[in-house]
Structures are given as structure tokens and as C-alpha cells.
Design a protein around this ligand. Structure first.
Ligand SMILES: [Zn+2]
Length: 438
């Protein structure tokens, strides 16, 4: 994992937030390559969820919502973790922290940080929502939360979307957006962070058809992930047992990936029943029933949710792409992204910086830039330039050499096979478009 974290920094995928000030705990910034990778994942998700389906609409709800939303959703009362404080060193732990030996309130239990005995408080409930104040007065009535999930923005807009889009049940609403949770034990790089981005889709169905739609979305989501090029043997399902199931959920499956730090969940498919819409109906006093005009039936729809972390999916894609090869006795680090996900699609190199090669390479770079995200590099030996692009996961390296200035052809090096094709520079756009379709 350290290797990936250091590569991510070196090549500009992910930096620690506010690094020059010592960093902000478990908050990360996406650099020039990271922002492209994440954007490619999000665009692919949006295309498959919204554009390619006639029964799903898109939405971008605000991060700040009416505080009553979180009372209705159960987050004010229930979104809590039991925590223990050390009165001596002021450190805070989850009550289930494995470092705690013995019950926290007990006078013989030692603090795992300062080692003092009997300084730990009994567990107290701590809400994971970030709280702030809206308007000029910092008082209880002005308390507002940063949303801990994007789903609620979809539920409260369910009628607006239904009516304005003239959809009929079954139909879904998809959203990509930031959410915030004041996690006490975040960690593992961009896996568990306090600020994160979700890609969620809520599918509204008639009660009774929920089981069938649940299976449909499980299959769809698994197929989609395999389409990202993730190795099937590193993916598995985990069904929530009775003790793990949220109180409102009828059934829930996680999709887990085998990270360097073990199997962990990065997407979930949940049957949330009519819990959310019923609660909002109750708390807002607004009817959220669906009326089936064909049969005149009225019902509160059931919701099948597919909830993925954009950051976690980016981490899965990076972990899965990371390879160390042996090329002619030398170690090579390469990120084998699917070409369609790769931040940079190609890099253009003049073999040497003379004899008309830089001029020709620049011209090619300018022509390609309008079509693909490409990179120009004339620094250092050609071998080193290839290695840098291997680490960036760039699928193609285009080299302008002596022959190029004679006959207008260039070599195109494939990142994975290392094979070099000689391609007419006039055909280069078509050649790349063809290869990048995957
Ligand atoms: Zn302590």
C-alpha cells in the first residue's frame, strides 16, 4: 500500500490535504492525474446509469438541507458511534477499539496512548454528522449539517423529479456528490475519509416487485465493475447478516474488493423498503404516495439503492491496475488502467531534441490535444520518459524519430505489450480512437 501511496503522490494522483501545514487528517486532494481518473469513473457511471437508461433521471441536490431531513432519516438520533475519552491525554477512541484492554469505565483499564489507568470515560454516543450554523447567529435554532449521504437529497426530490420528468414507476434517480462523516478512525489512504464523494442511485418500485429489482441491480452493478477492468477474483459479495442489517433494510449486499489491507466494501446494494419515503411523509406532512393511473392503486414505493464511493472505486481501480514487471532485467512499475479510464491517453516524445523532431512532435501534440488528453515530454532519455508514462498509466507512447521527418510515420508503443507499431501520423487520431474504445 505504501508503494501505491508514494506513486500517487509522485505522479500527481493524490496529495494529502494542506500538506505544507502538516496535513489535515484523512483528507486528500486529487492532483492533475487523479482528478482525470476520478472524472472518467464518474462519467462512465453517469453514462451507464442516466444516459443509457430511459428509466433513470439525474439530480444534483445541495449539500446543505433542512435540518428536519436528518430527524426524519434517523441520522440525528441514530447516526452515532459509542466513543471513549481519555481524561488525561484527551484522546478519543471507538468503544470497540482493539487496543482497549478491558472495559473503558473500569479503574484498572489503561489508556492505550498515555498508559494511565482509570482515565477512560464510559462509552458515550457521538454523532458522526458535521454540524455548523446557518446565518449570523450561532445558536441551536441555526444548526445545520453537512449531509452524511446523498440519498436523502433524492428522497425529498422524489415527487419533483417524478412529476417534471413524467416518469412512471419503476424509475430511478441518480446523483453524484460529496458527503461528510466525522469518522473517528478514518484511514487507509482514500478508503475511509471524512469528506468523500458518492455515486448513488435510488430506484423506486412497487412493493412486491422489490425482490426482483434487487436481484436485477445486483447483477447490473457487478457487470459494470467488471467493465472497469477489475479482476473478478478480487471481487466478492458479502450479504449483511441480521446483526449488520440497518433497521430499515430488508436485504443488503456489499461488493468487496481485496485491497492490500484486506477485503473491504466499496459499493452496496440495499433494499430500503418504504422506510425513507414513509418517514419523510410523516415528518413533512406531504403525501409521497404514488398513484398508478392504470389501476388506481396508491402506495408508497419501495427503494432499491445502489450506493458506490467514487473515491473507493478510484482506489480499487488504482490497486487493481498496479503491477510490477520485469523488463529486460529492470523493474518496471506500471498502472494498467483500461484505456478509457486512463487519465492521459497518449504521450508524445521527440526521440532527440534536434533535426526537426521537436517541431514535428509539437505539431502532432497540438493536433491530438483537441481530441484526447495527451502529454508532451522531451525531458531525459526516451527510456525514462516511457517509465514515467507507465507509472501514470498512459496507454500509448508516440515517438517522433529520424524516419518520421522523412516519411511522416511515428512509432506507437503499447504500455502493456511494449510492442511498437509504425503508424502514419495522418492516421494517428483514428488509430488511437480505435484502441481507446475499451
Ligand atoms: Zn490517555
Amino acid at each position: 500500500m505504501e508503494k501505491l501511496v508514494s506513486l500517487a503522490k509522485r505522479r500527481g494522483f493524490v496529495f494529502q490535504s494542506s500538506e505544507i501545514y502538516g496535513g489535515l487528517g484523512s483528507v486528500w486532494d486529487y492532483g492533475p492525474l487523479g482528478v482525470e481518473l476520478k472524472k472518467n469513473i464518474k462519467e462512465r457511471w453517469w453514462r451507464s446509469m442516466v444516459h443509457e437508461r430511459e428509466d433513470i433521471e439525474g439530480l444534483d441536490a445541495a449539500i446543505l438541507m433542512h435540518p428536519k431531513v436528518w430527524e426524519a432519516s434517523g441520522h440525528v438520533a441514530g447516526f452515532t458511534d459509542p466513543l471513549v475519552d481519555c481524561k488525561q491525554c484527551k484522546n478519543r477512541f471507538r468503544a470497540d477499539d482493539p487496543r482497549l484492554k478491558g472495559p473503558p469505565g473500569d479503574p484498572n483499564t489503561k489508556c492505550p496512548v498515555c498508559g494511565n489507568k482509570g482515565t477512560l470515560t464510559a462509552p458515550r454516543m457521538f454523532n458522526l454528522m458535521f454540524k455548523t450554523f446557518m446565518g449570523p447567529v450561532e445558536e441551536q435554532a441555526a444548526v445545520i449539517y453537512l449531509r452524511p449521504e446523498t440519498a436523502q437529497g433524492i428522497y425529498v426530490n422524489y415527487l419533483n423529479v417524478l412529476q417534471s420528468s413524467r416518469q412512471k414507476i419503476p424509475f430511478g434517480i441518480a446523483q453524484i456528490g460529496k458527503a461528510f462523516r466525522n469518522e473517528i478512525t478514518p484511514g487507509n489512504f482514500i478508503f475511509r475519509t471524512r469528506e468523500f464523494e458518492q455515486m448513488e442511485m435510488q430506484f423506486f418500485v412497487k412493493p412486491g416487485s422489490d425482490g426482483e429489482w434487487f436481484e436485477f441491480w445486483r447483477a447490473e452493478r457487478f457487470k459494470w465493475l467488471q467493465g472497469l477492468g477489475i479482476r473478478a477474483e478480487r471481487l466478492r459479495w458479502h450479504q449483511h447478516g441480521k446483526d449488520e442489517l440497518a433497521h430499515y433494510a430488508k436485504d443488503a449486499y456489499d461488493i468487496e474488493y481485496e485491497f492490500p489491507f484486506g477485503w473491504q466494501e466499496f459499493e452496496g446494494i440495499h433494499n430500503r423498503t418504504d422506510f425513507d419515503l414513509s418517514r419523510h411523509q410523516e415528518h413533512s406532512g406531504k403525501k409521497l404516495e404514488y398513484v398508478d393511473t392504470a389501476t388506481n392503486e396508491r402506495f408508497v414505493p419501495y427503494v432499491i439503492e445502489t450506493s458506490a464511493g467514487a473515491d473507493r472505486t478510484a482506489l480499487v481501480v488504482m490497486c487493481d491496475a498496479y503491477h510490477e514487471d520485469d523488463v529486460e532485467g529492470e523493474k518496471r512499475v506500471v498502472l494498467r488502467f483500461r484505456p478509457s479510464l486512463a487519465p492521459l491517453k497518449a504521450a508524445v516524445f521527440p526521440l532527440v531534441n534536434k533535426d526537426g523532431m521537436p517541431e514535428l512532435a509539437r505539431k502532432l501534440y497540438d493536433a491530438l490535444r483537441g481530441q484526447f488528453n495527451v502529454f508532451y515530454d522531451d525531458g531525459g532519455s526516451i527510456g525514462r520518459r516511457y517509465r514515467r508514462q507507465d507509472e501514470a498509466g498512459t496507454p500509448f507512447g508516440i515517438t517522433v524519430d529520424g524516419q518520421s521527418t522523412q516519411d511522416g510515420t511515428v512509432t506507437v508503443r503499447d504500455r502493456d505489450t511494449l510492442k511498437q507499431d509504425r503508424v502514419d501520423s495522418g492516421r494517428l487520431v483514428d488509430y488511437l480512437r480505435d484502441k481507446l474504445a475499451g
